[in-house]
Design a protein around this ligand. Structure first.
Ligand SMILES: [Zn+2]
Ligand SMILES: [Zn+2]
Length: 279
């Protein structure tokens, strides 16, 4: 639970004013995991625990069972009860908070969340803005553009292919420009997944699938590592499957079929077409 203005950790406080910047806050802005925090009576320290989906005590105003004083949700002292107790902003991802965190920090926090807890991201945070998702995916490709170009240059040097600084700059430029293809490539992949979802009843839209594809890009960051990088695209597909499963509320198996089958069928069709043309 951090201040939305200055990022100060807001645990163990009496009252709802940030000690760092003086701004008011409310516990209702946050979401707590079960058992992560307790809400203690300010008069007698009797601990209460969250019992709503958002992890807050209900009802919001009551009489303390120990000291009998009337307390409200905002009187209670929020104390962390586990080392990972965080309490994140309710319904907002790090990416949504980039004005406050700074774009690169918000991007990095979102990357970590998608790599570590993709299910949570897609359950709560996938958002509604295609432009935001596109910007996120573009930064992924921009971040790897320079190391990627240098790696390729090194590889060419190793092979004895002559190259100069102009070629390296060209590769970097190409790496940056490749972000322009992201909206097209993601839309194509989203079309295939959408076909795979035929028969699944949901009020989700094409845009939701499109954003799943765009937010599944972080494993590409590993594509610059030789050998291990080859698994990056598999990891990407796994995140897509988790995203589809969470956002459509379907099993992992059904989601895997939706993500993989149309692509596999397309590849088979292309192979058959090439085969026919060549014969
Ligand atoms: Zn503050
Ligand atoms: Zn009390």
């Amino acid at each position: 639970m951090r201040c939305t203005h200055c990022d100060y950790l807001l645990f163990n406080l009496l009252g709802r004013t940030c000690p760092e910047c003086g701004r008011l806050f409310s516990v209702t802005q946050y979401h707590f995991e079960p058992g992560d925090v307790s809400f203690d009576c300010p008069h007698c320290a009797q601990a209460y625990y969250g019992n709503t989906a958002q992890g807050l005590p209900h009802p919001p105003a009551f009489r303390c069972v120990t000291c009998g004083m009337g307390v409200t949700l905002e009187d209670l002292i929020v104390r962390p009860r586990s080392s990972q107790a965080e309490g994140r902003l309710h319904g907002r991802s790090p990416w949504d908070r980039r004005n406050q965190l700074g774009t690169m920090k918000a991007w990095w926090e979102t990357v970590k969340m998608l790599l570590g807890r993709p299910g949570q991201f897609f359950t709560e945070h996938a958002g509604k803005s295609n432009m935001e998702a596109w910007l996120f995916a573009s930064i992924v490709s921009w971040v790897i553009a320079i190391p990627n170009a240098l790696l390729q240059a090194g590889f060419q040097y190793f092979l004895g292919v002559p190259f100069g600084i102009a070629e390296v700059m060209g590769m970097i430029a190409l790496g940056f420009a490749s972000a322009l293809w992201i909206p097209v490539g993601a839309a194509f992949m989203a079309c295939l997944i959408r076909i795979g979802l035929i028969g699944v009843h949901s009020n989700r839209t094409f845009g939701d699938v499109y954003r799943i594809v765009l937010y599944s890009t972080p494993p590409a960051l590993f594509s610059i590592i030789p050998v291990i990088g080859g698994f990056a695209s598999i990891w990407q597909v796994v995140i897509e499957i988790i995203g589809v499963s969470k956002m459509y509320g379907i099993s992992g198996g059904r989601a895997a079929a939706a993500v993989l089958l149309p692509s596999v069928i397309l590849v088979i069709l292309v192979v058959i077409a090439v085969f026919i043309i060549l014969i």
